[in-house]
Design a protein around this ligand. Structure first.
Ligand code: GRF
Length: 194
């Protein structure tokens, strides 16, 4: 793995499928004076989403790939990422499960944000499940991506109280606020390990 040396910023790609609020928070961090990352590319499996519009508006290169043929899409991605010397991939609401082969190629260079206190509530519909199980706390986790879904080493977590009045929607909204703060913090934490 390469080291982050001197003034060189680490090239970073963000993968999305939708709204892109975490993309936005990573972008804002990348533009701050203290940032050591250069957000070079936004990859999406969907073209007409808010995150892509945000990236275009802010002049970040966007690449939309059709994942119907995932093997082909990943082949294109590998080329693109190595041509652009991408050293960190941030999954931010990316709704596709990357292949083992792809993950192996970027070991310890792919991170993800998940809206629960992992290892609890892996997968989809976390907030609904948390409410149904009457949990007192939920939260969000940034973790490395390995071959098993939502199971890689945890980088940072934020615990969030579940209110009695919470619905899945209100809880999702409150946790998202903390997700947007946690993602840049987690990037800062791992930068010198990449
Ligand atoms: C977030 O809740 C994230 O934890 C989950 O998908 C959502 C993406 O939101 N993986 P956004 O597109 O970053 O706003």
């Amino acid at each position: 793995m390469g080291k982050l040396i001197g003034k060189n910023k680490l090239n970073c790609a963000v993968f999305i499928s939708g709204r892109g609020s975490n993309l936005k928070s990573i972008y804002v961090y990348s533009k701050s004076k203290i940032s050591k990352i250069n957000l070079k590319i936004v990859v999406s499996n969907k073209s007409n989403v808010k995150g892509i519009k945000f990236a275009k508006k802010n002049k970040i290169r966007t690449v939309v790939l059709n994942f119907k043929n995932q093997q082909y899409a990943e082949k294109q991605l590998i080329k693109l990422l190595s041509l652009n010397r991408i050293k960190l991939i941030c999954l931010a609401g990316f709704m596709k499960i990357l292949s083992k082969n792809f993950i192996k190629k970027f070991k310890y260079k792919i991170i993800n944000i998940h809206p629960s206190l992992l290892p609890n509530y892996k997968g989809l519909n976390t907030h609904q499940k948390v409410i149904e199980n009457k949990e007192k706390y939920s939260g969000c986790t940034v973790h490395y991506v390995n071959e098993k879904l939502d199971s890689g080493k945890i980088i940072l977590q934020k615990k969030v109280k579940v209110l009695k009045s919470d619905t899945a929607q209100s809880l999702a909204k409150r946790i998202l606020f903390y997700e947007n703060k946690l993602y840049p913090k987690a990037i800062k934490k791992i930068l010198f390990k990449i």
